[in-house]
Structures are given as C-alpha cells and as structure tokens.
Design a protein around this ligand. Structure first.
Ligand code: NAD
Ligand code: DAU
Length: 361
C-alpha cells in the first residue's frame, strides 16, 4: 500500500479474537501482506475460536498465538511489555445474538468488561506515546446492531443515536461507549468501525449463511425465523478485512467508520438464493434444496432491518466492496465444499483438539 507520512505504521499489532471468523480472515490477509509487522493473536478459544482457521500462517515468523483472555489484565500487561505493541485490533467478543438471548452474562463479561480491561492496559502501556500523532492506535471492531432496528426506509449514519435492542448489541454498544470515553478522557487514539453482516470462509455454522449451507449439504431442514421478512445487509468478510486494513493504517483518529455491502436482502430471499446456488454447485436439479426451508418461531425482539451509509469510508479511504452478493455466495459455497475437513471437525468438535496437537499444551 502507499505509505503516506500521515499514516500510522504499525510495528507490533495485538489482535484479539484472531481465531474467530473475522479475526482469522484478517490475520490470513495481514500476516503475509506485512512481513515486517509482528502480529500477536490473543484468543481465549471459546467454542467460536478455531486454530484450524490459521493453519496457513501458524508457522510464519511474524505471527504468534497466545492462548488467554482479554479479561486477564496481568496477561495483557505482560504481552504489552514483551511485544511493545503499537496497535491493537480488537475483535474478541461473544458474537451470536441468539446465544446472548439465552445467556447474556458472558456477553457482559467479554464484550464490556473485557474491552474495558484491554483499554486500561493500552492506556497504561501507551501513556507516553499517546500524544505523538500516529504512534499508537486502537481499532475497535464493532457492529451496526448498536444503532437498533430500521423500518423499510433509511440507513444508519455515524451520528445515528445508539439504540441497541438485544443483549449482544447492548454489550457491543457499551464497549463502543467505553472506547469513546477513553479517547475523550485520556486521549487514547481510537477508531471504531461498525460493520454489517459478514459471511465467507471459516464462519461458525451457527450464523445464517454457513448454517444454511451445512444443513443443505446434509439434507436437513433450514430454519427461517418468523416469516423471513427481516432484512440484513451482507458483506463478504474479505471486503471487511480490507476495510480494517485501511482503517488501521489511514483511518482518522476519533472517527467512526460504517462499513456495509450495499447488499440488502430479506432472510427468505437470501436463503432461497443460497439454496439455489447450492443446488447448482452440487449439480442437483434447480429447486431441490428449497423444500428444506422451514419457518420456525421468531427470534425474541428480532431487529427488522439494518442498513448503513458507508459513504465516509468510501470517500475518505477509497474503500468499496469488491464482491457482489451472488459472487460472494458462490465463493463461500465453493469454500465450504472444498473444506469438508473443517466442517467435519466443527461438526464433531474435534477442532477443539487442534490447540493441543499443534502447540503441545
Ligand atoms: P466469532 O464469534 O467468530 O469470534 C470471536 C473470537 O473471540 C473467537 O475466536 C473467540 O475464541 C474469541 N474470544 C471470545 N472471548 C474472548 C476473550 N475473553 N478473550 C480473548 N478472545 C476471546 O466472532 P466474529 O464473527 O469473528 O466477530 C468478530 C468481531 O467482529 C466481534 O467483535 C463482533 O462483534 C464484530 N462484528 C461481527 C460481525 C459479523 O457479521 N460476524 C459484523 C460486525 C461486527
Ligand atoms: O449486523 C452485524 C451482526 O450480524 C454482527 O454484529 C453479529 O455478530 C452477527 O452474528 C450478525 O448478527 P445477526 O443476528 O444479523 O446474524 P445471524 O446470522 O444470526 O442472523 C441473520 C438473520 O437470519 C437474522 O435476521 C436472524 C435470521 N436467522 C438466523 C439464524 C441463525 C434465521 O432466520 N434462521 C437462523 O437459523
């Protein structure tokens, strides 16, 4: 990428939650792209953390995995002392709305307390560096769900008031507020991104797209909540990671960047498109998988629609999504079909052993 004098040039980057879906895609992009930058992946390896995601970079000289939690201040402090991070890219979170409805407390612990613990350590470690422009930077990866739910019209903008409606989005909103509070009170150089629904390789099959693909491959029912009328804006994870790369290097400190794919679909339309593309990929007669669609009880408090105005990142950082929804879904189906070992390891939970096998812990 072009090196502008005003850019932040990371030397050591602490990536939290890098064994999850987006964090892993980010590391798979960044580790080979920036060989002179050291990336340390701090991940607690919850059910959502999978080291198989990082097989391509696990032996790279500029990559280190650390098994631990952002809620452990002594560990985070020792990592700052050892690696002298100039940047944090903070992905670690509990990320699934349905789980947050069943069991909210873990979301408070990781998403709120964990974020504040991390901010505290960054503030302490960067005390003398924070006033020099571009020396250090905290990138907080957040969600469009903090803004609440839209009707058929309108979009979220950077100045849209927060109105989270699920335990997950409430916990992410609280984390965003703490990041802003640290920026305002202590001068912590922070940038926040609020992104729409991601899909692509390595997504845990509890989320709609990988769940639909997996169940279609197994000829199992595909659950659609309510009538399937709820609308999401889908973005391929590679496009999200490209945006975060730009934000890390060139994002304006103190700014909020909304990121979206401009690909709004009702859930039912999305599932139908996906199942039709699965039929095509499997050489099945068109429509074979559509009879798997099963309408089930709606999610409590189900947000109707999300959509973002991504014009700031398009204008200021020249970012734009490169995948159309159809190309992105085709690529994602192809990825799941050619990575059956990954899917099988997730299905039978053997991915949980990968840590012991690879790191002799
Ligand atoms: P994910 O659930 O796939 O991965 C989360 C990762 O965080 C896992 O590797 C998990 O082990 C790790 N983790 C959880 N608790 C931890 C802790 N206490 N300490 C260290 N690591 C911990 O999530 P994802 O979909 O990759 O989302 C990553 C981030 O992006 C989250 O902050 C999420 O809110 C945000 N986001 C996600 C989407 C999306 O569509 N998936 C969209 C916008 C924003
Ligand atoms: O908008 C960004 C958010 O997108 C992220 O912050 C979250 O981490 C991420 O999980 C995602 O949240 P959603 O709740 O929108 O994603 P999910 O894949 O769970 O659901 C997408 C839509 O599909 C939603 O309207 C609920 C519906 N759904 C979901 C599942 C799992 C179904 O109809 N059936 C299902 O089985």
């Amino acid at each position: 990428m072009t090196e502008l004098s005003t850019e932040h040039r990371p030397a050591g980057v602490l990536v939290t939650g890098g064994a999850g879906f987006i964090g892993a895609n980010f590391l798979l992009r960044m580790v080979p792209l920036y060989p002179n930058v050291h990336f340390v992946n701090l991940d607690a390896l919850t059910y959502a953390g999978n080291l198989m995601n990082l097989r391509e970079v696990q032996h790279s000289g500029n990559y280190t995995f650390v098994h631990g939690s952002i809620t452990d201040p002594a560990l985070v402090r020792s990592l700052f002392a050892q690696y002298h991070f100039t940047s944090v890219v903070h992905f670690a979170a509990e990320s699934h709305v349905d789980r947050s409805i069943r069991s909210p407390l873990g979301f408070v612990q990781t998403n709120i307390n964990g974020t504040v613990a991390l901010l505290e350590e960054a503030r302490a470690a960067w005390r003398s560096a924070m006033s020099s422009p571009n020396q250090v930077r905290f990138v907080h990866v957040s969600t469009d769900e903090v803004f609440g739910s839209l009707g058929h019209e309108g979009v979220f903008r950077p100045d849209t008031p927060y109105a989270p409606r699920s335990p997950y989005s409430a916990s992410k909103a609280a984390a965003d507020h703490f990041v802003r509070a640290y920026a305002n009170t202590y001068g912590l150089p922070a940038v926040i991104s609020n992104c729409s629904n991601n899909y692509g390789p390595f997504q845990f099959p509890e989320k709609l797209i990988p769940l639909t693909i997996l169940r279609a491959l197994n000829r199992q029912q595909v659950p659609v909540y309510g009538t399937g009328a709820n609308i999401r804006d889908w973005l391929h994870v590679h496009d999200h990671c490209a945006a975060l790369d730009l934000i890390l290097h060139k994002g304006r400190i103190g700014d909020t960047y909304l990121i979206g794919g401009a690909s709004e679909l009702t859930n039912l339309a999305l599932v139908r498109m996906l199942l039709t593309l699965v039929d095509e990929a499997l050489d099945q007669p068109e429509g074979t998988s559509l009879d798997l669609i099963t309408f089930v009880a709606d999610r409590p408090g189900h947000d109707f629609r999300y959509a973002v105005d991504a014009s700031r990142i398009r204008r200021e950082l020249a970012w734009h999504p490169s995948y159309s929804i159809e190309r992105g879904l085709r690529a994602t189906i192809a990825w799941y079909l050619s990575n059956r070992d990954w899917l099988d390891a997730v299905a039978d939970q053997s991915y949980r052993n990968y840590l012991n096998e690879q790191y002799s812990l």
